[in-house]
Design a protein around this ligand. Sequence first.
Ligand code: FES
Length: 317
Amino acid sequence: MKVQLIRKTEVARDILSFELADPTGAALPAFSAGAHIDVMLADGLVRQYSLCNDPRETHRYVLGVLREPSSRGGSTAMHALREGALLDISEPRNHFPLAHDAAHSILLAGGIGVTPILCMAERLAHAGASFELHYCSREPQRAAFRERFDAPHLEPHSRLYFDTAPVHERLDLERVLAMPAADTHLYVCGPAGFIDFVLDATRRFGWRSGSVHREYFGAPAVKAAHDADGPFQVQLASSGRIVEVAATQSIAAALEQAGVAIATSCEQGVCGTCLTRVLAGEPDHRDVYLTDEERAANAQLLPCCSRSKSPLLVLDL
Ligand code: FES
């Protein structure tokens, strides 16, 4: 669908917010807290950005984008957009939804990972739900959307932390996570290091994995191909056809080369677009999309980045 960039605003150092609206002024498709859209950029780049406005709004989508010079170009292309530009985007999809039966929700954001967390906070606040929000940033100048945390409906629930502050003013994860209750849900979004730090703590304190929800922001460390990667085969269950996957190739790339295109978007194991059922064989999961339980079940994989531990994988294609 087409949208127009109606406002681009600096909301922190290196972070811009982008306000998108229907060019004719029509209402946009509804979204739920935690949802993201795909943005189609020049040269075939597709990037996912979380929506950070109040999910009750239908007149706009608001994104927050950190400029990352070391990234693969998406954030630089976004920052170069001019107000008035027309953009192709997908409808909102949600791989990071709120559990609406939670008695209490803990929202943890690291850096630009605040975008879906802020949307969740809006939703929980307007629903009158019990929640707390912890937002960690390197320094005050890098904390995006700070003024929104001062609003009367969010301020009592929110705490901001800065790496530049004295130790006793930083996030005390032990205090926040030490006593998991069965009906408390935890949501964490941010860079891989931040999420792994939080997930380690949840395991230490005995959180149920079904109560812990995470969304990685940016390229995760686990996706990298190893020098030790070898070739293997995938079989298409529908036809029995075998496709060779070279050591340097992803399953998705090998399939495309063989004329079997599968839908991909992030190509980093983050978004879930390419999720495919596995009927036989043992995947070597390299994504950050599946939960630990889903990985252990080996019933599905993300062929944009994952590989195979067995010589043959049979896919439901
Ligand atoms: Fe995003 Fe595979 S394309 S997980």
